[in-house]
Every structure is written in structure tokens, then in C-alpha cells.
Design a protein around this ligand. Structure first.
Ligand code: SAH
Length: 218
């Protein structure tokens, strides 16, 4: 029957098909996204929409990114198995969970303590032991753990924050949206070479803004 509810296997196939049709073709990224159930990072009614290729609301007025954007950013980051990765903007924890499948260690930081606490609980329940989630202003990076092989920022700044550029290893890659928060932003990839930084523009995106300081409720 056409309107029978989709089985888990069918739902996963559709989810992966949608990712591929949006340009997520890296098999390691696709299999990480197959293993990590996005519904675990959503609450209430929104969990039922977890496999739609759309951003959805999470706590603290923030959003979980669109799966195809998560896939494209992860693919652009080209994570290697020995990598130490920093994510700025934990949000729901979904992007960090995907990264945990590809990297040796993931540090993720958010200015909302509540989001960090809720993400930690999900990581624990899923036995994702290589993620460390911390509350803080990620625009300063994480000097204690620097330098990083890879850095991903999931909130938009007007320019790549200087401390994050400084905490990227030579040979390292950073992927981030840049531009004003109320307009369409550009997803860019920064590669650090021995001589400096190379930039390339990947595609237009829309993210919540990178905001300085801890959230007021902390
Ligand atoms: N990667 C997330 C989506 C992030 S939404 C996911 O997979 O669900 C963007 C997040 O960036 C929000 O949670 C917001 O609180 C956080 N954020 C904004 N400015 C920040 C800053 N200066 N430091 C750390 N986190 C910040």
C-alpha cells in the first residue's frame, strides 16, 4: 500500500538518498549518518520529523542543522581517523555525534549550558565516549586543547575568528559560515598551509549567529 508507514529500513534509505541527491557522496560520511539516529537529538513532535532534510527547532531558541548541510560540511572537513576536531556550536549535539564516528576525539563547545548538558546525556546514552562537550564562548576556541586538525563552526560570524585560525594546525582545515546573520551567508573552507591560509567558498547557507559571551541564563 502506498500510504503504509515507512519501515525503519525504508526511512533510512530515503534519508540517505536525499543526502546523496544534495551532493553528500563521501561513503564514510554517509555511513556515519546512517549510524547516528537524528531523532535522538530532537524532542517531542520534532523527533517525528527527524528524517526530513530540514532544520528544526531545539531548546534555547536554537536549531539543529539540515542533514544535507551537516553532510556537506562534514565532507568538506575531510576528517581523518587520527584527527582531533573542535566544533563551535554544539546545539543538539548531532553534528558532534557524526564527527565522533570519523575522528579520534571531538571537542564541542556551546554558550548555552543547557544544550551542553542535554547533549552530554545523549552522547552517554549512545556510548559516544570520544566527545567532550563544554560550556563556553567558542569564538575564543579551546586554547587548552589546541592546536586542532579540524575546526567546524556551526554558527555564523562576519569573519573567521582570529583565535580559531590560530588554533588550526598547519595542514588543518576549518569549515564555517561567514556573513551577517540576517542574510544568506557563505560556507567557506579555510586550509592552513605552512605559509598562511587558503580560502574557498563552498555554497550559500543560513545559520544562527555566533554570539560573543556566555548565554545569560548560565
Ligand atoms: N551543530 C548544531 C547546530 C548548532 S546551532 C547541531 O548539530 O545541532 C548553533 C549553536 O551555536 C547554538 O547552539 C548556539 O548557542 C551556539 N553558539 C552561538 N554563538 C556561540 C559562541 N560564541 N560559542 C559557542 N557556541 C555558540
Amino acid at each position: 500500500m502506498n500510504d503504509a508507514p515507512a519501515s525503519n529500513a525504508e526511512r533510512t534509505m530515503q534519508f540517505l538518498f536525499a543526502l546523496r541527491s544534495k551532493g553528500v557522496t563521501d561513503t564514510r560520511v554517509l555511513s556515519a549518518m546512517e549510524r547516528i539516529d537524528r531523532a535522538r537529538f530532537l524532542r517531542g513532535l520534532f523527533a517525528g520529523r527527524a528524517y526530513e532534510d530540514t532544520p528544526l527547532p531545539i531548546a534555547c531558541g536554537q536549531t539543529i542543522s539540515q542533514p544535507s548541510v551537516v553532510g556537506l560540511m562534514t565532507q568538506a572537513l575531510d576528517v581523518q581517523p587520527r584527527d582531533k576536531v573542535l566544533e563551535v556550536g554544539t546545539g543538539s549535539g548531532y553534528q558532534a555525534a557524526i564527527l565522533s564516528q570519523l575522528a579520534r576525539r571531538v571537542y564541542t563547545i556551546d554558550r548555552h549550558k543547557r544544550l551542553v548538558q542535554e547533549s552530554r546525556a545523549v552522547f552517554e546514552a549512545m556510548d559516544l565516549t570520544n566527545i567532550t562537550a563544554l560550556t563556553g564562548d567558542g569564538s575564543f576556541g579551546l586554547p587548552d586543547q589546541a592546536p586542532f586538525d579540524r575546526i567546524i563552526v556551526t554558527a555564523a560570524a562576519e569573519d573567521p575568528p582570529g583565535p580559531l585560525l590560530a588554533q588550526l594546525k598547519p595542514g588543518g582545515i576549518m569549515v564555517l559560515p561567514v556573513g551577517q546573520s540576517d542574510t544568506v551567508q557563505s560556507l567557506i573552507r579555510v586550509r592552513r598551509t605552512e605559509e598562511g591560509f587558503d580560502y574557498d567558498e563552498l555554497r550559500p547557507v543560513r545559520f544562527v549567529p555566533l554570539i560573543e559571551g556566555l548565554a545569560p541564563e548560565n
